[in-house]
Design a protein around this ligand. Structure first.
Ligand code: FAQ
Length: 330
């Protein structure tokens, strides 16, 4: 585990809130302002560590729970080639979860603790994964819109001030861009197909558009963490800025596909060179966060079952490690 490499005395002291002196905080902010990367053994304010653990672990949980909606279509993909591509994508998401858990472990929390927080409902994961995948077109919409939104949010995270998170994001973003393209290609194939296929693509866009916009989080005025996270250069853009960028690049893609974005208020503002879009239904977002989305219970149940089913693998890995350690010590 990465945490074994940390200076325990240091990290334990720093984890207690309010221990920092104004000089320490100013020196830390100066390093951030100078675009220096913060590394695991460096001094950092307790709140910076806490924010990163919160964000990275929630990001990791999202990747792992995010395997479920697409996993639902692995046995029903329309061809062997589509199945192989989808299988590779779902496995990539598992890999992303693992890099991210490892990255969070460098901050002094174990993967077991993070998983426990998720299973006990104390940690969040992205709202988007609480929606069902009803047709094959949903797999196209997830790649195109969900991975598209994920990339928009994650490219700036490659420049995040915390080194291990920033470095993990580089590979993740490369893989996400393959995911986005495969999703768009599924949509393109459907949109060039017969009327029923076009209708299936439109229906998927209708259902995934608004939840995709919600992925970027609450509006800036309601985003409790944004100001501090931007000061620490964990976040480089606000939630609303990234949402706007996503709308600006995605609407022309929908037009290219011949699909209609389900928003009566959507219009291009030539002067501002941005698409203006309608109000997001924030009550839906908050309900999903409270656990009342269409699939929250099912997602958590599946995750708990998978965790329990994998207990023997974890026990076998520990037994193997202990055997090797005993052999090395002898
Ligand atoms: N869902 O003050 P802010 C993917 C929570 S990966 C649920 O704005 P912050 C790949 C937020 O945690 C998708 N909760 O918070 C893939 C906070 O609650 P807390 C995941 C949300 O952190 C594709 C509260 O609301 N990506 O898709 C959401 O500054 C396909 C207040 O919000 C990441 O995690 C939400 N949508 O900004 C996998 C990227 N939005 O913690 C499979 C990294 C907000 O106080 C298939 N994370 N909340 O209890 C981030 O960039 C940020 O954490 C934000 C939120 C932008 C998500």
């Amino acid at each position: 585990m990465y945490t074994q490499g940390l200076d325990q005395a240091n990290s334990a002291a720093e984890l207690a809130d309010g221990q920092e002196t104004p000089e320490q905080l100013a020196r830390f902010q100066a390093r951030i302002d100078a675009e220096e990367k913060i590394e695991p053994k460096d001094w950092m304010p307790a709140a910076y560590r806490k924010t990163l653990i919160r964000q990275i672990s929630q990001h990791a949980h999202s990747e792992i729970i995010g395997m479920q909606p697409e996993g639902n279509w692995l046995t029903r993909a329309p061809s062997l080639k589509r199945k192989a591509i989808l299988l590779a994508k779902v496995q990539d998401e598992a890999g992303h979860g693992l890099y991210l858990y490892s990255s969070a472990e460098t901050l002094g929390i174990s993967r077991d603790q993070m998983v426990e927080q998720l299973l006990e409902g104390r940690a969040k994961y992205s709202s988007i994964f609480n929606y069902p995948t009803l047709s094959w077109a949903d797999i196209g919409a997830i790649g195109w819109l969900v991975d598209g939104a994920a990339i928009m949010n994650q490219i700036p995270l490659c420049r995040c001030s915390y080194g291990p998170y920033a470095r993990a994001m580089i590979r993740i973003c490369k893989e996400e861009s393959f995911h986005q393209r495969q999703g768009f290609e599924i949509m393109l194939t459907l949109c060039r197909g017969n009327e029923a296929q076009q209708a299936m693509a439109q229906d998927a866009l209708d259902r995934w558009w608004w939840p995709s916009l919600m992925m970027f989080g609450p509006s800036d005025g309601d985003s409790q963490h944004s100001a501090q996270s931007m000061k620490w250069k964990i976040k480089r853009f606000s939630n609303d800025e990234l949402r706007q960028k996503f709308v600006d690049v995605t609407v022309p893609q929908a037009e290219f596909l011949g699909l209609e974005v389900p928003d009566d208020e959507l219009e291009y503002d030539r002067e501002a060179r941005h698409y203006r879009f309608g109000e997001i239904d924030w009550s839906e977002f908050h309900e999903v966060l409270k656990g009342n989305g269409p699939c929250n219970r099912q997602r958590m149940e599946t995750r708990r079952r998978a965790h329990e089913g994998g207990a023997w693998v974890r026990e076998a890995a520990v037994a193997h490690a202990e055997k090797r350690a005993a052999k090395n010590a002898a």
